[in-house]
Design a protein around this ligand. Structure first.
Ligand SMILES: Nc1ncnc2c1ncn2[C@@H]1O[C@H](COP(=O)(O)OP(=O)(O)OP(=O)(O)O)[C@@H](O)[C@H]1O
Ligand SMILES: [Mg+2]
Length: 305
């Protein structure tokens, strides 16, 4: 693997809070690598250390063979950065914003090409403050590309977008991979991570709880079929995890996911309980295993897109 990012034993504290607690991983050239984890897991802190915006308390980071730091401008010119919640000058137009950023670099991609790439042709003369959330995010990614970087670091590039806008950005990110760029991104959307990422790393409380390709993580953790059960009464006094076939149950209250090695038997048992009035079933769904299940299992939380 041609390593583009190498992180070894990274620790970052803010006062008493250890935001990142000794993590190590590598990102190879041409990969789309995803950092996942609940709010406050340390994702942004990690990417900010990689970007050279924050100085680690311990550990070693190498990016494109250099040590990132606030003063390492040579490295910065080879990175494309989209921060979580990019602030724009709202009175400038899309085109003016791109020109402003382009002027910061000795070499930059053509503005016309970037506008086309971000599908902002119709908005090139619109003020940035008047763009929709999706258009703003696409502009943020276009800005990260202005210097034609080797490595793109995108912190929640699709946060808050509708499914269509999100898909459009996915295709844009995949096309970057097609150009041979390396992409490090953070996301809360497991579907996105599964679709885009070659490998992911799941962080919780500043520590790595899993890493690997989405397929490998799924195969490693699950052989069962998830059955989503919605109960009318959260207080129903039944232990669904002891039903036939159920290997484990996750969730509490009204929504439970039963991971079953014998889904037909589990569903029969559920329907028996329902017929007898022991439980009141609102809904019952079978679905395929996804990265979301791995995430739910490992973090004990569910984040919905
Ligand atoms: N500037 C700061 N000063 C003090 N504490 C901070 C600062 N930035 C982050 N933290 C704390 O560090 C921890 C990690 O935060 P971080 O922003 O890295 O998480 P995250 O995984 O990006 O979360 P989110 O999904 O909400 O974006 C949190 O407990 C947060 O409160
Ligand atoms: Mg963050």
């Amino acid at each position: 693997m041609d390593t583009v990012v190498s992180v070894a034993g990274l620790v970052k504290r803010y006062g008493d809070v250890t935001a990142v607690d000794g993590i190590s991983f590598e990102v190879g050239r041409g990969e789309i690598f995803g950092l996942l984890g609940p709010n406050g897991a340390g994702k942004t802190t990690t990417v900010e250390c990689i970007e050279g915006l924050r100085v680690p308390d311990a550990g070693r980071i190498e990016v494109l063979g250099e040590v990132p730091s606030p003063a390492n401008y040579a490295l910065k010119s080879r990175l494309g950065i989209q921060l979580q919640g990019t602030a724009f000058l709202s009175r400038l137009t899309v085109e003016e914003t791109l020109r402003l950023f382009a002027a910061l670099y000795p070499r930059h991609r053509s503005i016309r090409e970037l506008i086309e790439f971000a599908a902002l042709g119709e908005k090139r003369r619109a003020q940035v403050g008047k763009l929709s959330g999706g258009q703003r995010q696409r502009l943020a990614v276009a800005l990260a590309l202005v210097n034609d970087p080797e490595l793109l670091v995108l912190d929640e590039p699709t946060a808050g977008l509708d499914p269509q806008a999100r898909r459009a950005l996915w295709e844009l990110i995949l096309s970057l991979k097609g150009e041979g760029k390396t992409v490090l991104l953070t996301t809360h959307y497991m579907e996105e991570a599964e679709y885009l990422c070659d490998r992911v790393l799941i962080l919780d409380h500043g520590r790595i709880i899993a890493q690997g390709s989405p397929e490998a993580l799924i195969a490693e953790h699950f052989r069962e079929t998830p059955i989503e059960v919605v109960l009318a009464d959260a207080g129903a006094d039944v232990d669904l995890s002891s039903l036939p076939g159920v290997e484990r149950a996750v969730g509490d209250g009204e929504e439970v996911v039963l991971y079953s090695a014998a889904p037909v038997e589990t569903i029969q048992a559920l329907s028996d309980l329902s017929r007898r009035g022991t439980i009141e079933l609102r809904d019952l769904r079978l679905r395929r295993i996804s990265l979301e299940d791995v995430y739910l299992l490992l973090t004990g939380r569910r984040i919905r897109g």
